[in-house]
Design a protein around this ligand. Sequence first.
Ligand SMILES: Cc1cc2nc3c(=O)[nH]c(=O)nc-3n(C[C@H](O)[C@H](O)[C@H](O)COP(=O)(O)OP(=O)(O)OC[C@H]3O[C@@H](n4cnc5c(N)ncnc54)[C@H](O)[C@@H]3O)c2cc1C
Length: 413
Amino acid sequence: MADTETSETYLIVGAGFAGAKAAEGLRNEGFDGRVVLLGAEPEVPYERPPLSKDYLRGESPREDTHVHPDGFYEEHRIELRTSEEVTGIDTDARQVELAGGERLDWDRLLIATGAEPRLLDLPGSDLEGVNYLRDLADSDRLAAGLERGGRWVVIGAGWIGAEVAASARQKGLEVEIVERAKVPLEHVLGTEVGEIYAAIHRDHGVVLHTEAALEAFEGDGRVERVRLGDGRTIDCDLVVVGIGVTPRVALAEAAGIEVDNGILTDERLETSVPGVFAAGDVANAFHPFYDRRLRVEHWANAPRHGEIAGRTMLGKPADDDRLPYFFSDQYDVGMEYSGFATEWDEVVFRGDPAGGEFIAFWLSGGLVVAGMNVNVWDVADPIAELIRSRRPIAAAKLRDPDIALGDLLETEG
Ligand SMILES: Cc1cc2nc3c(=O)[nH]c(=O)nc-3n(C[C@H](O)[C@H](O)[C@H](O)COP(=O)(O)OP(=O)(O)OC[C@H]3O[C@@H](n4cnc5c(N)ncnc54)[C@H](O)[C@@H]3O)c2cc1C
C-alpha cells in the first residue's frame, strides 16, 4: 500500500540525523500527510562526525555536514522549522508546546532529541575557555581556538576527546590529555586495544596523563591551568571536556513516557505511549539480534532508526536487525567497529597492531562478539557475518592472514 492517511500530521521533535532520516523515511514509505520537523538549533539537520575532524580543522565546508541537499525539505513537503524548541508534550491532547507558547497537534510523534554532553561540576568549571563539543556552534568556537594556537588540555580520552586531541595536534598545537582510566577508550575497547591508541597519541606528541584525578580549573575569568589531584598543574590556553553524553529525556519523562537510560522502546521504536516513537541517541531500543534493549550513541544508528521509524510510524514492521557500527578517524588512523561487547575472554589480532594495519576480534565463549578494523578496509561486512553466525571460530584461524575473512565460517566444523 502506498499513500497513507493523507490528513494526518506526523511530528518529529529533534531535527538531527535521526529526525531528518525519519522524515525522509516517511516520504519514502509513501506517507502523504503532513510531516513537521522541529529543531531547537538554528541549523538545517546536519551530521556531527566532521565537527571533531575535518570541519573542526577547517578542511571541509559547513554544507558537507548537511544531511540533505538544499531544497530537499521543500521538495518533499517536510515542514522543517529550525530554532523551535519543544518545551512540552501532551500525550492526552496529542499536542506539543513550543517555547513561544504555540501548540501543534500530532497524530503520531517521534522524539529524536539526541544526547547532550555530560557536564563537569568542579571548581572553575564555568571559567571562560572550558568547552564542550556537541554542535556546530561549539565546533566553530573550537576552530577559532585552534587558529589562536597554544596548549590545549583535553579532559577525557573517549572518542570525542581523542579526536579533538588528534585534530589539535594536526593543527600544530600542544595537547595534553587528562584521563581517569588506565588507557584511552578503555571502557569500549579494553586495556589491550586502548594501549594501542595511547601509543598512537604519544607518537604524535600528545602528553597523556592517565589514571589522573581532575581537581580544578584555575584562572582569572578565563582558564589558565588545570589542577590534578596529585598537585600537578598543566598550563593551558583552552580546555575541551569530553566525558560522555546523556540522552535528552527530560521532555519524555515529563510527559510520563517510560525512561531508563534513554526512552524505552520496543523493536518498532514505539515507546510506552502508543503512537509515540523514539529514535537515535535518545532511544533505548529493543534490538532483535541481542534480544535486549541497547542505547547506541553512534552515527550509523541514527539513520537506521530513522528508516525504521519511517516504516513503523505507518504501522509497518521494523524489519531491521543491523548490528551496531561506528567509526573514528584520528591522525592517519581510521577504524570501524562492528558489534557490541561489554565483556570478553580474549582479544585476538589479525595483522600487526604496531604496524598500524590490523583487525581486532573480541571473543566471548569462543564466539566473535565484536570486531574492529584499523586501516584495513572493506571488511566490516564479513566481520558482521562472523558475529551474526554465533559460531565458534578458533583464535588461530582468526589470526591467520592466509584464511580470507569470508572463508572463516566455511573452514569451521
Ligand atoms: C563531535 C562529534 C563527533 C562524532 N563523531 C562520530 C563518529 O566519528 N562516529 C560515530 O559513529 N558517531 C560519532 N558521533 C555521534 C553521532 O554524531 C550521534 O550518534 C548522532 O548525532 C545521533 O543523532 P541523533 O539525531 O540521535 O541526535 P543529535 O545529533 O543529538 O540530534 C538531536 C537534535 O535534537 C534537537 N533537540 C533536542 N531537544 C529538542 C527540543 N526540545 N526541541 C527541538 N529540538 C530539540 C537538538 O538540538 C539536536 O539538533 C559524534 C558526535 C559528536 C558530537
